[in-house]
Structures are given as C-alpha cells and as structure tokens.
Design a protein around this ligand. Structure first.
Ligand code: FAD
Length: 318
C-alpha cells in the first residue's frame, strides 16, 4: 500500500479521495460497504476514516438523580480502515486525535496500525467534548496536534516512549494534518494559526487537508499565505456537497465557515431537500472544476455518510 504523498508525487493529474465516518454503534459494516462500492468506480486513492471520542450523556435514575454515562457513538475507526483496505484494496487514513488518549494509548494504537499495514494517519487535536468550554488535554496525553505529530515522527525514527526497548522497529507513517482556510476558530488570526501549522510541519507533517470551504477564493488565498510563510507541502482542498437545507446553519455553526451569498440564495429558493441536493451537487462540481483547472493535488470529499451526491460529482469529474 502507498503513502498519500507518494500517490500525489506519482500522479500527473488531480486525485480523488474521500472522508467517511465509522458506522453508528450497532450498525452493520455491510451498509458502509454498500455505500462505498459505487464510489470505488472512480478510483479514490485513499479513504480517511474519522475518529469520534466519547461523549457524556445523563440518565435519570429511579431516585431522581442523574447518572453520567460515557458513550461512543461511532467506534471502530481502526477496524473500518483495515476492513476497507482489504475489501477494496484502497489505502485508508485513520484519524488519530489527542483527546481521550494518553501518550501510551496513542503508541498502542499506532502499533496496531503498523501491524495492520496502515501507513497513513491524519493527526489531529480533536474538539472539546460536549460540556467542555475549551479543549482539555487528557492527563498524560497531548495538548496540541503538533505534539502528536512529534510522537508519530519519533516512532518513524524508531523512538518509542520507553527508552529500554532494544532496537525497536521504526514505523513508516505518512502524517497528514488539518488546515483552516478560514482559520481555526480558536486562533486570534490566520497568521497565528499558520505559525502553529508550520510547527506541525517542522515536527513531521507531510501534507495538509483543509477544512471544508464553499468559496474557492478562500482556498487560493490560504495556499498563497501558506507559501508566503514557507509552507511547501501539498495542501489538499476539502469539499462538502450540501444535501439538506438545515446544513446552511449547521455547517457554519459546527465548522466555523462562511457560505457565499449566491449559494445561500440558491438554496433559499429550493422547495425540498431533493432540490437542495441538486444545488449542492452543482456547486461542488463548479468548485471542483475550478480547483482541478488550478492543478490542486487532490479533491478530498467529506461524505458524512452520504455517497450519492459524491457519486454524481465524481461522475462529472473523474
Ligand atoms: P491544532 O493544530 O492543535 O490546533 C488547535 C488550535 O490550537 C488552533 O487554534 C491552533 O492555532 C492552536 N495552537 C496550536 N499549537 C499551539 C500552541 N503551541 N500554543 C497555542 N496555540 C496553539 N476531529 C475529531 O475529533 N475527529 C476527526 O476525525 C476529525 N477530523 C478532522 C479532519 C479535518 C480535515 C479537519 C480540518 C478537522 C478534523 N477534526 C476532527 C476537527 C479537529 O479535531 C478540530 O478542528 C480541532 O479543534 C483542532 O484540531 P487541529 O488538529 O487542527 O489542532
């Protein structure tokens, strides 16, 4: 299997890749396979699988008190990566996050991936868990993605946490990180955000995948600013087709992004979600065509469990 950066190096044109969510707890993997199968026709070079940490829910007890329970709604990132890789012979990229992991647990997860032959990871901090105002590092875990990148990079050099190991095997992870054309929501400004993006790269990151954006100008300006800061690694644009009217409020709220007037006006005129999906697909196709014309390394589609919109887009492009 190949590294994301090798796929980019070895390709003359723009690649196609996907991000998917693991199935909800209790759902079968077959549904995911059935969703993915039609997309394989377009030969995605890699598929990212997101990681979802625990959430706290409160259950009312017979005595009237509330009991806090920790649940994970979408476990299985590593096994889904392995299953997709074997089923479709495609590279998979598990997302690894800082939140909820000690450094030792991170090392164990990376050892599992290495044994499975998964050589790509996207290293992220993770968001605050519901109820937390800001991200709190797990005791014994990492505070920022740059520290996680550093740990993975050290394993690539054969440096594990314990210094008592005799000749530990170096891993060979290709490390991707997140970038935010409209800046990360906690950053005071883009320049400051880029300072820490550079730190992730200095620590070993080899490519960037951007947060979704709906106005290509934001991506082009971001790439320009990154290049001006001396960031030379590939910056892969992330695209999300809108499929439901509710997303014009949910996506900005959850991902801290803006939507262009023309897109909102077109969606406002739609009478149902079928019409919204048509507008969303057409918008993504136009975005994608312009990005391909500008020779971006790869188009990375956020599927969020919906594959038909991406099939429609891919059939126009690949
Ligand atoms: P970082 O790079 O650590 O940055 C977080 C913030 O801290 C930024 O504002 C940065 O500027 C700042 N910062 C960094 N270093 C320092 C420092 N030394 N001192 C002060 N400030 C600093 N979340 C999930 O839980 N699971 C996923 O699967 C997932 N996948 C994602 C995929 C992509 C492509 C993207 C763009 C995001 C994804 N996220 C995911 C969301 C991500 O976890 C959040 O956006 C999170 O809030 C930040 O993660 P990061 O890796 O960008 O953090």
């Amino acid at each position: 299997m190949a590294k994301v950066t090798d796929h980019i190096k070895n390709s003359k044109g723009t690649l196609f890749s996907l991000e998917i969510l693991p199935p909800s707890t209790g759902e079968s993997i077959q549904k995911l396979f059935d969703n993915m199968a039609p997309l394989m026709e377009f030969k995605p070079k890699f598929i990212d699988v997101t990681y979802h940490r625990e959430e706290f829910v409160y259950k009312k007890m017979p005595n009237g008190l509330l009991e806090q329970r920790s649940i994970r709604k979408r476990p299985g990132t590593v096994s889904i990566c392995a299953a997709l890789m074997h089923k479709f012979n495609v590279d998979t990229v598990p997302h690894i996050i800082c939140g909820g992991f000690t450094k030792e647990e991170t090392e164990y997860a990376l050892i599992d991936l290495n044994f499975l032959g998964i050589d790509n990871v996207l290293a992220l901090r993770g968001d605050p868990i519901k109820g937390q105002k800001s991200f709190e590092a797990t005791p014994g875990g990492h505070r920022f993605a740059e520290d996680l990148v550093d740990q993975i990079h050290h394993m690539n050099k054969g440096v594990y946490l314990s210094d008592e190991l005799q000749n530990p095997t170096p891993t060979k992870f290709c490390i991707g990180v997140a970038g935010y054309p409209e800046k990360h929501f906690e950053s005071p400004n883009l320049k400051n955000d880029l300072k820490y993006l550079k730190q992730k790269i200095q620590n070993g990151a080899e490519y960037v995948v951007t947060q979704m954006f709906f106005d290509n100008k934001k991506y082009f300006e971001y790439v320009e600013k990154c290049r001006a800061e001396g960031i030379t690694i590939p910056i892969i644009p992330g695209l999300k087709p809108i499929t439901m009217k509710s997303q014009i409020t949910n996506l900005p709220r959850n991902f801290f992004i803006d939507m262009p007037d023309d897109l909102i006006d077109a969606i406002d005129k739609c009478r149902n979600d079928e019409e919204v999906k048509n507008v969303g697909v057409e918008w993504s196709i136009q975005q994608a065509k312009e990005l391909v014309a500008m020779k971006v390394p790869c188009l990375h589609f956020y599927s969020m469990g919906k594959s038909t919109a991406i099939q429609q887009i891919a059939s126009n492009l690949f």
